[in-house]
Design a protein around this ligand. Structure first.
Ligand code: AMP
Length: 213
């Protein structure tokens, strides 16, 4: 496996973004994340699809999935330009998993497991610094600088209501994708409730073992 092609899957708040950045840095692959791509294109006009909402923003703020066609196109374009990747936030339903199988092959699927209670704690306490994009947490990690503290914002979809909805969507729609990959030889399940450094140790060992195979 020269430049690995990896999917990381798990509920919102499981630490996919953090671990994807570690993988990107360690293995020199591209971090492709549909959540960030959609956040940068929130107000794109998708009214031509004639679906429930006219922009990605409306789906995201409600904690619902953005229509497959929009997301599939973002991923297809990003994959065509990547030499090795860590794909984060996709596929989120079985249709997207089928679409991905047509686009490319995977070396590994990493599944992060975290309890619902812990996810609610992580997500509702999460705050973002709008100037730097740095992520903080009201309980675990606040900035020392009062000026930074004051400007912190909560992501619209980190409200308690949207978080509950996003976790329901994961359980109903994305958990079947995890089951779909479970018997696949590159599938590895990781306990995402550990300290992020311990999660990273486990992921790195799993990838290195797979590379050596
Ligand atoms: P994330 O940052 O991965 O939690 O994604 C934030 C929001 O973007 C999700 O709640 C969805 O509304 C949307 N989104 C991200 N990835 C996908 C996807 N693969 N399919 C549909 N919607 C997505």
């Amino acid at each position: 496996m020269a430049t690995p092609q990896i999917v990381i899957i798990g509920p919102p708040g499981a630490g996919k973004g953090t671990q994807s950045s570690n993988i990107e840095e360690e293995y020199g692959v591209e971090h492709i994340t549909t959540g960030d791509a959609l956040r940068s294109n929130k107000d794109m006009d998708i009214s031509y699809l004639d679906t429930e909402h006219d922009t990605p923003r409306a789906y995201m703020e409600a904690g619902e999935l953005v229509p497959d066609v929009v997301v599939n196109e973002i991923v297809a374009e990003a994959l065509s330009a990547a030499d090795g990747f860590i794909l984060d936030g996709y596929p989120r339903n079985l249709e997207q998993a089928t679409e991905l199988e047509e686009m490319t092959d995977l070396d590994m699927v990493l599944s992060l497991d975290v309890s619902r209670e812990e996810l609610i704690r992580r997500l509702t306490g999460r705050r973002v610094d709008p100037e730097t994009g740095d992520i903080y947490h009201t309980e675990f990690n606040m900035p020392d600088d009062e000026e930074v503290q004051e400007r912190l914002e909560q992501r619209d979809d980190d409200s308690r209501e949207a978080v509950e909805r996003r976790l329901d969507v994961f359980e109903d729609t994305t958990a079947p994708v995890v089951e779909h990959y479970r018997d696949y030889e590159g599938f590895v399940e990781i306990d995402g409730e550990q300290h992020p450094e311990d999660v990273w140790d486990e992921i790195k060992k799993a990838i290195d073992a797979h590379i050596d195979d």
